[in-house]
Design a protein around this ligand. Structure first.
Ligand code: FES
Ligand SMILES: [Fe+2]
Length: 472
């Protein structure tokens, strides 16, 4: 018979095991996670234009969609026009998903009420035209409807108060000649904030997309580089990473324009080995809340000399640009080669920010979340409208998502990390200076000055001191 002391009692456990103490889930961040009608963040999000559908997927049938927690129907009418309305018919709640697209709007399948794109009830065919109840309902009742704007293959909508509707923002990236913009979409099964966070997270590019399984984007992203974060105009956030590749310095910039517009450098066109001057983002992309626990990305993938190589202009190429891997994969493939969807959906439907431990490399995330929270509160408590993407006069909105690769070898006797940081700062400062240049001259001026930096080199002295000396 065994002694009680033999092999049956567990070793005394160290107090380091803290599973029990930490088993209680943290509360979610309600203020920025909830996007439905009447929530503070939902109100904030309803002050901006958002992409809601791909033109190519909208045929002669209405489509049921959900955006910002609202059940909606998007449809074509009159041939080429697009409408966006609440899903349920105001007569007896039939779904307009089963409605009929007509010349003047959408007709409910149940009793044939016809609605214009602005929600006006045009016909109630089951009732005598001049009967009082029918006349009254046509006068007093409307189907909920939203303004839409179809642009370059994507349908955008404004879902806020009509008297607060901002102009549709035109971004600089739309104006680049010879750039091919291919619309795509990518659904994520989680809250919008955790999808958005990744754009301000340069470390994940080096680890998730490079070191963890295999290089999912171009080689060279495995190294982290010298990081710097910028906040501009209260709604634009930039994260620059300047890497050393042989004798080259590679300045890559990710960006976010609040609340949900994102750009980055290229996915495959730049690896730091070849010169590149203000190459632009692989995508122009919005992270749109479907509801609190689902999001959808609508975007253009950008191809050409200043975008990604044309060979990626395919459905698969867009998925690789979006997240480094195809979306439809086996569970094992996802475990062996996780990409953004695994990283962010794996956090659960709404990640608990109180359970995080943010690091200095998460500074971009802290900055933007703080600003979003402030703008949500300003709107909720003081009625202060959030800033719109800045169009300087008639100019397109200036963005900075880019790659620049300059021939700037390490300098003898100078710490190369400090040198790279300075190169990154000088490139960014110069690009900021050109913010007010005209649409026609801005890019060529930036590119010319980048080439000058390459010739003249970068001084480690503070930029202001150099400027003062030049003027003296
Ligand atoms: S429910 Fe739509 S017309 Fe009756
Ligand atoms: Fe990513």
């Amino acid at each position: 018979m065994k002694q009680a002391s033999e092999n049956v009692s567990a070793e005394p456990a160290s107090a380091n095991f803290r599973g029990y103490q930490q088993a209680h889930p943290s509360a979610i961040d309600e203020e920025i996670a909830r996007v439905g009608p009447g929530t503070p963040c939902g109100e904030y999000m309803r002050r901006f234009w958002h992409p809601i559908y791909l033109t190519s997927e909208l045929g002669d049938l209405p489509r049921a969609i959900k955006i910002l927690g609202e059940e909606l129907v998007v449809f074509r009418y009159g041939g080429d026009k697009v409408g966006l309305v609440h899903k349920y018919c105001p007569h007896r709640r039939a779904s307009l998903e089963y409605g009929r697209c007509e010349d003047n709007g959408i007709r409910c399948c149940y009793h044939g009420w016809l609605f214009a794109a602005d929600g006006e009830i045009l016909e109630t065919p089951g009732e005598a035209e001049d009967a009082e109840p029918a006349r009254m309902v046509r006068e007093r009742t409307r189907l909920g409807a939203y303004p839409v704007h179809e642009y370059n293959g994507i349908v955008f909508a404004y879902m806020g108060p009509i008297d607060k509707m901002p102009p549709f923002p035109v971004y600089d990236i739309f104006l680049i000649e010879d750039m091919v913009n291919r619309p795509y979409k990518a659904p994520y099964n989680c809250n919008w904030v955790q999808v958005l966070d990744a754009i301000m997270d340069p470390v994940h590019t080096s680890f998730l997309h490079s070191q963890n399984s295999h290089p999912q984007f171009s080689e060279g992203m495995a190294e982290l580089g010298e990081l710097k974060f910028y906040e501009r105009h209260e709604n634009q956030f930039l994260g620059s990473s300047t890497r050393r590749v042989g004798d080259n310095a590679w300045v890559r910039v990710n960006e976010l324009v609040l609340p949900n517009f994102t750009q980055a450098g290229s996915a495959f066109a730049a690896d730091g080995t070849e010169p590149r001057y203000f190459g632009r983002s692989c995508f122009t992309r919005w992270v749109v809340p479907v509801d609190d626990e689902h999001s959808i990305v609508y975007a253009w993938a950008n191809f050409g000399d200043r975008g990604d190589p044309h060979q990626y202009n395919t459905q698969e190429g867009c998925e690789l640009i979006e997240q480094g891997e195809r979306f439809e994969r086996s569970p094992e493939e996802k475990q062996r080669r996780p990409a953004d969807s695994e990283a962010v959906e794996g956090m659960g439907p709404i990640s608990t920010h109180k359970g995080e431990n943010l690091m200095p490399t998460d500074r971009g995330i802290s900055l933007y979340r703080r600003r979003v929270r402030r703008q949500i509160r300003d709107l909720a408590t003081e009625g202060k409208e959030p800033p719109q993407p800045l169009s300087a006069g008639s100019h397109a909105v200036r963005t900075y998502g880019q790659d620049t690769v300059l021939h700037l070898p390490p300098q003898n006797g100078i710490d190369d990390r400090a040198y790279l940081m300075k190169i990154g700062e000088q490139v960014m400062d110069m690009e900021f200076r050109h913010e007010a240049s005209s649409d026609a001259t801005r890019d060529s001026s930036i590119i010319a000055e980048l080439k000058e930096i390459e010739v003249n080199g970068v001084s480690l002295e503070p930029a202001k001191a150099r400027g003062e000396r030049r003027q003296a």
